[in-house]
Design a protein around this ligand. Structure first.
Ligand code: FES
Length: 139
């Protein structure tokens, strides 16, 4: 009986240690990607539907440009979290992107326009009105 209880206790301890390790891993991961310090979230669609008719690879080029520029300009107080997705349900005049919390939806985000949005919207806090297709601020 004692051996059985000891076994159960050991299993519980092992589970708690494992949970603690996983929790630490999660904390490290969150810290590594900067969760907790972001002010904006830029979601860019690289799906095929909204980039139909454009040069193949346009959306992926835009994504690469966004990554490069954010890495170069990741300056407080405007750190930006970026996410690549495969559809924002607009599916025309893309690549489509949206920036929160302002909820500014942009069209035609080729790499040249991504550069404009990063410079004007994210760095200079000026919405790039000629690329805007919708505004839906959160909060
Ligand atoms: S594929 Fe880009 S919005 Fe649907």
């Amino acid at each position: 009986m004692v051996a059985q209880l000891t076994g159960i206790f050991e299993v519980k301890m092992a589970d708690e240690i494992q949970e603690s390790i996983e929790s630490e891993k999660l904390d490290l991961r969150l810290k590594k990607v900067g969760i907790g310090g972001y002010r904006r979230h830029f979601i860019l669609c690289v799906g095929e539907s909204c980039s139909r008719g454009l040069e193949p690879g346009t959306a992926e080029e835009s994504w690469a440009k966004l990554k490069k520029l954010l890495s170069e300009h990741q300056i407080t107080p405007t750190p930006v979290f970026r996410t690549k997705c495969h559809c924002l349900r607009v599916c025309r005049q893309g690549p489509i992107g949206v920036i929160y919390p302002e909820g500014i939806w942009y069209q035609a985000l080729n790499s040249e326009n991504v550069e404009r949005v990063v410079k004007e919207h994210l760095i200079e806090n000026r919405i790039v009105e000629d690329l805007v297709i919708a505004k839906n601020p959160l909060g």
